[in-house]
Design a protein around this ligand. Sequence first.
Ligand code: PMP
Length: 450
Amino acid sequence: MKDSNFLKEKNARSLWHPMAHPADSLNNPPTIIAGASGVKITDVDGHEVVDAVGGLWNVNLGFSNQPIKDAIAAQLDTLPYYSTFRGTTNDKVIELSEILRDFFAPDGLTRAFYTSGGSDSVETALRLARQYHKVKGNTGRTKFLSLKKGYHGTHMGGASVNGNANFRTQYEPLLPGCYHIPAPYTYRNPFNETDPERLAQLCLQAMEDEIAFQGANTIAAMIMEPILGAGGVIPPHKSFMPGVREICSRHGILLIADEVITAFGRTGGWTGSRYWGVQPDFMCTAKAITNGYFPFGAVMIADHVVETFERDTTGAANIGHGYTYSGHPVGAAAAVACMAETQRLKVNKNAAARGAELFAGLQEIAAANDIVGDVRGGHGLMCALELVSDRATKAPIDKKAIGTLQEVAYQNGAMVRVSGPNVIMSPPLVLSSDDVQTILNALKAGFAAL
Ligand code: PMP
């Protein structure tokens, strides 16, 4: 077995980590993950835990999916790389596009544009949304709307529509023309409204007000997650996303569903948009499209956008955007196998059933622990506990305490994610009821240690 302290020292001296302070590598070194199997990960010291983070919301089918691994190996032997830039394509990317269109995307989203991950997918949708309006001659429609607390990746466009200051402030100035609407977040909102349905209406009214203020004919698109994920798992009332759809349609604004987390079964539906009964104009995916085994993403595009682009004879619809790895044959082969497995295992059904068990257990934990201010979930396998130091004032818990909770939970069998005051859970969708219990017991041990 490798000496973990030796590796941690070398780690600190040789790389920087995303979403971390560089000094933390020495002061609070990361756990070195050495292996994974099923829904469990093992660190370099041989400690094995249930991965309640599911990789990073992406390993929906667990770490041992052989058909996906075989598909990757076979594709490496056949065609390890070729581009899909104008002039060439490959059979796997064609097969995948038909599967995404026929089985996963909401009705009417009939073309796929491929990317290397979630941030790329968001960037693609933002850029194509602007281009759509230009192709139609509406050159003034360039602005974007999004939700506060929303997360849309790390490229400059995505960071600009991001609704969390942590991901913005140090990188400003960001893209001009991006405006944020209050999120339907019952625990904290500017209206002090705790009823989800009334709050949804207030947020929709705020969206209408912003559109009136900006002028509808200056706005290209609204981007939103069907259930906000990285912002702390914030499920809106069921009326919210249909309400956003209606407002967008009425004002000629495109709706971009950022489904980088919610697509492929996580919510209990095949996509978050379908779960809420909404047809977006663009749908961004990545992560679970290859079960996290290959960096890959796809943006699905609605028919009326497709027609606008494909009908153009002026050249305005020529797409001046794309990635070296757009439609990578190995990624596409991984995704074809992953989509087949996602359907075969009916992971959406298991996400709904295990998600309900996890949410019920978290509600019990919340009832027994005053430091839980809010517990969120109830829509598949994405749940969060928001911790406070005082329930009355809702003052967020201090960083050290939540760090202790995470550490003790890890020692007791579960890796959970901490983001600000939130403990976030997004385990693989192939989780068993026993695994749910392991996560809950590990959390209980964490709370007992505080
Ligand atoms: N959009 C959403 C909703 C996400 O959750 C994420 C990543 N967590 C991204 C975009 C960015 O994806 P990536 O990290 O693959 O670039």
